[in-house]
Design a protein around this ligand. Structure first.
Ligand code: SF4
Ligand code: SF4
Length: 192
């Protein structure tokens, strides 16, 4: 799971039928109890942030969330969080659920065992046959603090007088509307 910032999101904690995922509050990151997890992948479907990944180390299968169209049987480069190639795989199946995150079930061809858990995504080989031109990491550069990642609202945005585009009240309303929307989503998940 790559959910590193505690923000107002929690479908994963309602998704797990075995109670393996908990969030103590909306401002903390989720906790996974792997002793309870049976690998059903329901949480991968339910995570809107594409932050949960599934691995079957015995069968070299990866369950990777995707938000674009891919074809089954395509050969892909398996990549880590930095876009670096780790090996190759083949998309065996694209799993869909209405209004949920799609999952590509990918068979790893030359990555095995514990190395599989380094894989976080893939690049379709035919589309990008050349090595990717990777930019340096931005993680060490100072950046804005976000109070809402869904609409990219930064901490200083509501009060920054140099922000001519967004009125103060409008920004607060957007944040409140987003929180309300998440509450409704959470309620729907409970009712499902
Ligand atoms: S894979 Fe299934 S059992 Fe495991 S944490 Fe996700 S929802 Fe729960
Ligand atoms: S649903 Fe996904 S993005 Fe939201 S808290 Fe859970 S792991 Fe993080």
């Amino acid at each position: 799971m790559d959910c590193l910032y505690g923000f107002a999101c929690n479908p994963c904690s309602f998704a797990c039928p075995h109670g393996a995922i908990t969030k103590s509050s909306t401002s903390t990151v989720p906790h996974v109890d792997y002793d309870k997890c049976i690998g059903c992948m329901e949480c991968v479907y339910q995570c809107p942030g594409l932050a949960i990944f599934g691995y079957d180390l015995r069968k070299d299968n990866l369950f990777l969330p995707i938000e674009y169209e891919v074809k089954e049987k395509e050969v892909v480069y398996l990549v880590n969080n930095y876009g670096e190639r780790l090996g190759e795989g083949i998309i065996e199946k694209v799993l869909h659920k209405p209004n949920k995150t799609n999952i590509a079930r990918v068979k790893a061809l030359d990555v095995h065992g514990e190395d599989l858990v380094k894989v976080r995504g893939f690049v379709v080989k035919e589309n990008y046959p050349q090595p990717l031109d990777l930019e340096p990491l931005l993680k060490d550069q100072p950046g804005a603090t976000f109070i809402c990642h869904c609409d990219d609202v930064t901490l200083d945005e509501p009060t920054n007088p140099e922000n001519p585009d967004i009125e103060k009240e409008e920004t607060y309303m957007r944040v409140e509307a987003k929180v309300l929307q998440w509450n409704l989503v959470s309620r729907d998940v409970i009712l499902e």
